[in-house]
Structure formats: structure tokens, C-alpha cells
Design a protein around this ligand. Structure first.
Ligand code: ZN
Length: 278
């Protein structure tokens, strides 16, 4: 018996088009198609940003709805996670699409410098997003870009703003935030066990760290994130051709660590999400 590994695919992201590749899905149809290919390759969870017609990051609720409908139709049971992330969006817009009741949404539990801007998440804003998610039955994925955010997430749990079994994501390798170092991940996992013993976790490495962090997560018993959102910076000669290619790379590695790609049903059990409606 091998242990399931949830493979999250972050299909699009919010980095401006000039540093994207043609492979990054931007239109609704492209996003649904790319998610479907990734689902068939072994991804059970999709992390979604949407763009407007000029390909800029968008908060358009209709756009989120169209992507969600398409994914539900083509990828039965797949877990849909909307990004409440910041680039190019006002604080007031960032939670607007939560009214669509996706399975999950990202929740950054602190502010941090990114290479060219401040990723701003003031305390009251974090609380209000967490409250909206809790009331809407939307499971947060606490995005931890730096050590302090782990303890802030634990604080939300103590305050009753996170449900009993939180899910966290260690994001590593963004310049200005925490580096992709295994010793840091191992330290954070020890802390996680102490302060949020029931939490599940995923790790993501950016750019050239993507694959390396996948290996660590598989070995250390966590779950993996991959996808073009995290792959599009740094080394353009080694860019992946598709989200499915990146998912396949993780799926193929699972066996080396006595793991297998979690199905959508297994993923719902692991994360304590309700079964998908038929
Ligand atoms: Zn994202």
C-alpha cells in the first residue's frame, strides 16, 4: 500500500504575460482545457487565477464562475481552489469570487516582499477573508511565504477562524520571501506538528526550485504543488510545455517514495472536504 500524494496544479498565476510562455492558459477555454489535461495526468486539485481580456489579473466573478463550471463538468470531483492573491487587485476585490463557494481558496496569513512589490495582507483583511471562508464552507489553504505566517495561521486556528483540520502550503524560493532550503522546511514541519498537529501540508518551490521541493514533499510525507504559475520565471530555456507535463513529472516520481497520485475522492477524504455532488 502506498500513501496518496495530492498533486495541486497551479495553472496560470498572475505574472504579466511578457514573462509567460504561450503554454500558460489565459482564456476560460484554455484554462479548462489545461486543467482537464492536468487532471488526466494525475492532478486532483487546481489553483486558479483568472485574467481579463487584456490578460491582466482579474477579479471578475463571472470569469471565475465560467472556469469553475467548466472544470466541474470536465473533471469530475476535482477540487477547485480560487486564489485570493494580490497582484494587480485591490484588497476589496480579492474575496469577491468567494460567493461562488469554491471547494477551497488561498489565504496568505501575512504580508511579504515579492521581487517587485509588497504582497499586502493586513491582519484585519486576513481575518475577514478567513471569516468569509468559514461561513461559506470554503476550506482555506494557508499560504506561508515566510516563517511568521505559520504562527499567524496557528493564531487564526486558536481564534476559531480556521476549522479543526487546517491545510497549509509552504511556498519557497520567491526572492524576498523564504528561500527553498530543505533545512527550513524540516524546521517548519517540526513547528507545524507542535502548533497545528492536525494540519495537512503541501510545499511549492518556485522556478528552478520546483522539482527539488516536489522531491522533499514526497519524501517528508507532504503533498505537492506544481504547474506553470510556479514555473514561468528564471530559466526560460527549461520552461515546461504544459501544466500536464509538470503534473506527469510529479506523478512519475511518486513511486520512488512509496506514494501514488491521490484521486479526487482520496483528496476530499484527506482534506475533509464533502464528496463531490454528481
Ligand atoms: Zn497563485
Amino acid at each position: 500500500m502506498t500513501t496518496p500524494c495530492i498533486i495541486t496544479v497551479a495553472i496560470t498565476g498572475s505574472v504579466p504575460r511578457k514573462v509567460d510562455t504561450a503554454a500558460v492558459p489565459v482564456t476560460v477555454a484554455e484554462q479548462i482545457e489545461s486543467t482537464h489535461e492536468a487532471f488526466e495526468a494525475g492532478a486532483a486539485l487546481v489553483h486558479v487565477h483568472v485574467r481579463d481580456d487584456d490578460e491582466k489579473p482579474s477579479s471578475d466573478v463571472g470569469r471565475f464562475a465560467a472556469v469553475q463550471d467548466g472544470i466541474r463538468q470536465h473533471c469530475p470531483g476535482m477540487i477547485i481552489q480560487f486564489s485570493t492573491g494580490g497582484r494587480g487587485r485591490e484588497l476589496s476585490e480579492r474575496g469577491a469570487m468567494l460567493r461562488l463557494r469554491p471547494d477551497m481558496a488561498s489565504l496568505a496569513t501575512g504580508s511579504v516582499n515579492f521581487p517587485t512589490f509588497v504582497y499586502e495582507n493586513p491582519p484585519e483583511f486576513i481575518r475577514s477573508l478567513a471569516r468569509t471562508m468559514l461561513d461559506g464552507g470554503i476550506k482555506p489553504e494557508c499560504e506561508l511565504f515566510d516563517l511568521a505566517m505559520l504562527y499567524h495561521a496557528a493564531g487564526l486556528l486558536r481564534e476559531g477562524l480556521l476549522a479543526e483540520r487546517p491545510h497549509v502550503q509552504f511556498v519557497m524560493g520567491i526572492a524576498g520571501a523564504q528561500p527553498a532550503k530543505r533545512s527550513i522546511l524540516e524546521f517548519e514541519l517540526r513547528e507545524l506538528k507542535e502548533i497545528m498537529p492536525h494540519a495537512t501540508w503541501t510545499a511549492a518551490g518556485l522556478g528552478r526550485h520546483q522539482l527539488e521541493v516536489n522531491h522533499w514533499a514526497l519524501e517528508l510525507g507532504g503533498h505537492c504543488r506544481t504547474g506553470l504559475e510556479d514555473n514561468i520565471r528564471y530559466d526560460k530555456s527549461r520552461l515546461a510545455k504544459s501544466n500536464a507535463e509538470l503534473v506527469r513529472r510529479v506523478a512519475d516520481l511518486c513511486g520512488d517514495y512509496d506514494r501514488h497520485p491521490a484521486s479526487a475522492t482520496e483528496t476530499r477524504e484527506i482534506l475533509g472536504l464533502p464528496a463531490a455532488s454528481p
